[in-house]
Design a protein around this ligand. Structure first.
Ligand SMILES: Cc1cc2nc3c(=O)[nH]c(=O)nc-3n(C[C@H](O)[C@H](O)[C@H](O)COP(=O)(O)OP(=O)(O)OC[C@H]3O[C@@H](n4cnc5c(N)ncnc54)[C@H](O)[C@@H]3O)c2cc1C
Length: 481
């Protein structure tokens, strides 16, 4: 598929790195603006779908089917080529990118225009035990695993009488009090309490949820007043909150906090922020101190001195995009900006490919909405309007279902919510999803080694007489099924 370097292409190729929010929206918008004879578009991503992360907490809580928080590329990106694999090197000077497929040898793809939407990864710290015990909360696989793990621990604890073990299984720690952490904690705690109502052997008081946050407040995205309200609501739900506190260690699930508090927990969820995708270090694109691609307000990649790097665009969590409404600051890494920036890159690229001038990206933050479990939420709209409780929860669902890409997914989510309202949400753990072959492995008979002497062939036993015909109806009924 890649054209040999140097050979001119009839149709310019736009290569989009990452099929997430920026990647999906930029490719879709560009395809809408330009026909196939004007631009060929290729999207590269290791996953065959884009994940709408704001719905991950609800997917973890079982309020949304996890399949519905993703938009499959092949359905959402009509008229766009999709390559499944990791981008492992970017040589923009040579207009080529190395792609490592899930299986097979790495290969290079050449291009004429580059869009970088590689997003971010969890920002972790070298805390003893974290890599072995922690779980992130950035993708749909983690949301499914967390849900199954929490419900699985409740199932197992209900059949365990060792008090130490039960305490450990029923203690859930969330590290990081930003939007993702608070929403994940609020939703998962709500689900766990709902699930426990069905267990005679577990009391609500046995569930222990702990939030650890390094700064003196939670939800920096909203006002202090709303952050304080959220804190109060979470405390009313008996969630233990440690502010200005750090996780010091969690070796073998033994949690040690910087304030000397110690306890055991089998679940440690790490939601303490993100950093730009580290694969950008393997590129010749200009990066800032935080590893983000440097951009101007047109979303063009620039050198540190502001000189435009030709044919390169970037946006989203992996880019430092100037916020024109807050001079001197950068757009925060959120979906609200990422999807608008993606659309803007699509528009600007279409303009440039038709020899017109690109326009500046400018978006005033419309606010923030967070769900804290069924019928609970907080929202701050247009800076001043503060909403809490049920209304905020409705706003959260309404805003995000409209922002969710594709009509197909919007409809599926809305139908799912209606179903849950009528039939109640499902709280069953499908723990063996994570090792579905375990049972078959245990049942399998190991193959005999090749050079082992052949087992003697036993003479076939004589067939038993046709019992069924001889049995009386009473004898037949007495046989186990
Ligand atoms: C739990 C959670 C809740 C959130 N809630 C909100 C919210 O309520 N409101 C809000 O505005 N924002 C929210 N966000 C933030 C928002 O989701 C992100 O800011 C946004 O998705 C960033 O878009 P992006 O395109 O930069 O990155 P992404 O959407 O993450 O896309 C990056 C893509 O790059 C791909 N990729 C990664 N590495 C490679 C590679 N080597 N090669 C090729 N492809 C690669 C990934 O698979 C992914 O598809 C939340 C995030 C999380 C994790």
């Amino acid at each position: 598929m890649p054209a040999p370097a140097g050979k001119p292409r009839k149709v310019p190729r736009v290569l989009v790195l990452g099929g997430g929010t920026v990647g999906l929206y930029s490719a879709r918008r560009l395809r809408r603006r330009l026909g196939k004879r004007e631009a060929a578009i290729v999207v590269v991503d290791p996953r065959p779908y884009m994940t709408y992360a704001p719905f991950l907490p609800e997917a973890a809580a079982g309020s949304i089917d996890p399949r519905n928080v993703v938009a499959p590329h092949r359905r959402a990106l009509k008229g766009v080529d999709v390559l499944q694999g990791h981008v492992t090197q970017i040589e923009h000077a040579a207009r080529r990118v190395e792609i490592t497929p899930v299986e097979g040898e790495p290969y290079w793809v050449t291009y004429d225009h580059l869009v970088v939407g590689l997003g971010s990864v969890a920002r972790t710290l070298p805390i003893p035990g974290l890599a072995e015990q922690g779980i992130g909360f950035k993708n749909v696989e983690e949301a499914i695993a967390l849900r199954n793990h929490v419900l699985g621990r409740i199932d197992v604890a209900a059949s365990t009488w060792d008090p130490e073990l039960r305490r450990r299984m029923l203690t859930f720690v969330f590290v990081g009090g930003g939007f993702a952490g608070i929403e994940a904690l609020g939703e998962v705690e709500d689900m766990a309490r709902y699930a426990v109502r069905k267990y005679k052997q577990i009391e609500q008081e046995e569930l222990r949820f702990v939030l650890v946050e390094g700064s003196p407040r939670i939800l920096p995205e909203v006002s202090e007043e709303l952050g304080g309200y959220t804190l109060e609501q979470l405390r009313k739900r008996d969630i233990e909150i440690f502010l200005s506190t750090f996780l010091s260690s969690c070796v073998d699930g033994h949690v040690v906090l910087s304030n000397k508090v110690e306890f055991d927990a089998e679940t440690i969820v790490w939601t303490a922020g993100v950093k730009a995708n580290p694969v950008l270090q393997q590129s010749d694109l200009p990066l800032d101190k935080l590893g983000r691609v440097i951009c101007n307000a047109y979303l063009q990649v620039t050198a540190e001195d502001g000189t435009v790097v030709a044919d390169a665009w970037a946006a989203g969590d992996c880019a430092a995009v100037p916020d024109l409404y807050n001079p001197g600051k950068f757009c925060p890494p959120n979906a609200q900006h990422a999807l608008r920036e993606g659309n803007h890159i699509g528009d600007n690229l279409a303009l440039v490919l038709r020899s017109a001038q690109p326009t500046e990206y400018k978006h005033r933050n419309v606010g923030a909405v967070a769900s804290l479990g069924m019928y609970k939420g907080v929202a701050q709209m247009f800076g001043r309007i503060k909403v809490r409780g049920f209304l905020a929860w409705v706003l959260h669902r309404t805003y995000h279902v409209f922002a969710m890409p594709t009509f197909n997914r919007k409809l599926r989510i809305a139908v799912g919510w209606t179903g849950s309202l009528l039939l109640r949400r499902e709280v069953v753990a499908l723990g063996s999803l994570h090792d579905p072959r375990a049972e078959f492995r245990a049942a399998s008979v190991p193959a005999a080694p090749k050079d082992a002497p052949a087992a003697p062939v036993a003479e076939a036993p004589a067939l038993p007489p046709q019992k069924a015909e001889k049995d009386s109806p009473a004898e037949r009924d007495a046989r186990p099924a």
